[in-house]
Design a protein around this ligand. Structure first.
Ligand SMILES: [Fe+2]
Length: 257
């Protein structure tokens, strides 16, 4: 997948996406906007949007053994994450949200809605992304291509990036998420949000587009790792789906492969 594109056009596209996010336009609209710029692009529209229903897990519960154990995956997906989907739909119905619209639209203006919508809308979005961010363990698992270059440029090296990201997860007091995201200046950043917040939310200290998220709630690791969150994070790197992360990054920037 290669194609040339002028810096000016890339900047226009990036700025269009930034503007869309700033205006609270969901990725559906963003994707349509970008697609209209060039039919050859593989951008936001190809990534799809997040709906309100829980999607099937893209692998079996035991697929991430032994980094993440089968029982944790089963409970995490079928109980915790399932409840977020159920509850965000209840909130949407009660608060007059059109569930045919992308969830991203709600998150962008989450301050207008209830705590139930914030907690469960974030929880549903974050987990739908989290499942996709993982895959069965691979030897030498690492980002490739321009995502690798961008990470090295932003953080010095892949190892430095992993340390900073892991620190964001380890230092999150209580429950929350560690993120790799792109900010309003199109820069890759690392950060953490509490509870089920994420960088798409207008109430978040972090603002941007999440490309990789790590769940550091105890329900994500306690059965296997107990209080050793650092060990969970260290092993989690082996199951990160860098192909999916690359697609999310690519969908935002439309960077040639
Ligand atoms: Fe979780």
């Amino acid at each position: 997948m290669t194609h040339k594109q002028s810096p000016g056009r890339r900047n226009f596209i990036a700025n269009s996406v930034k503007g869309s996010i700033a205006l609270g336009i969901g990725m559906n609209a963003t994707g349509a906007l970008l697609t209209s710029c060039s039919p050859a692009m593989h951008v936001g529209a190809s990534m799809g949007n997040t709906g309100f229903d829980q999607q099937p897990l893209p692998y079996k519960y035991d697929a991430l053994e032994t980094m993440i154990d089968t029982k944790t995956m089963e409970i995490h997906y079928s109980k915790h994450a399932s409840a977020y989907s159920k509850n965000v739909k209840e909130a949407a119905q009660a608060e007059g949200v059109n569930m045919n619209e992308p969830l991203e639209n709600v998150l962008a203006k989450i301050s207008k809605y209830s705590a139930k919508m914030r907690n469960n809308g974030g929880g549903h979005y974050n987990h739908e992304m989290f499942w996709q961010c993982m895959r069965p363990m691979q030897t030498g698992n690492a980002p490739m291509g321009n995502l690798q270059s961008a990470i090295i440029k932003a953080f010095g090296s892949f190892e430095d990036f992993k340390k900073q990201f892991a620190d964001a997860g380890k230092n999150r007091f209580g429950s929350g998420w560690a993120w790799l995201y792109t900010d309003k200046n199109n820069s890759l950043k690392i950060g953490s949000t509490p509870n089920q917040d994420n960088p798409l939310m207008n109430i978040s200290d972090l603002k941007g587009f999440p490309v990789l998220g790590l769940d550091v709630w105890e329900h994500a690791y306690y059965l296997k790792y107990q209080n050793k969150r650092a060990d969970y994070i260290e092993n989690w790197w082996k199951v990160v789906n860098w192909d999916y992360v690359w697609k999310r990054y690519y969908s935002f920037y439309n960077i040639p492969a």
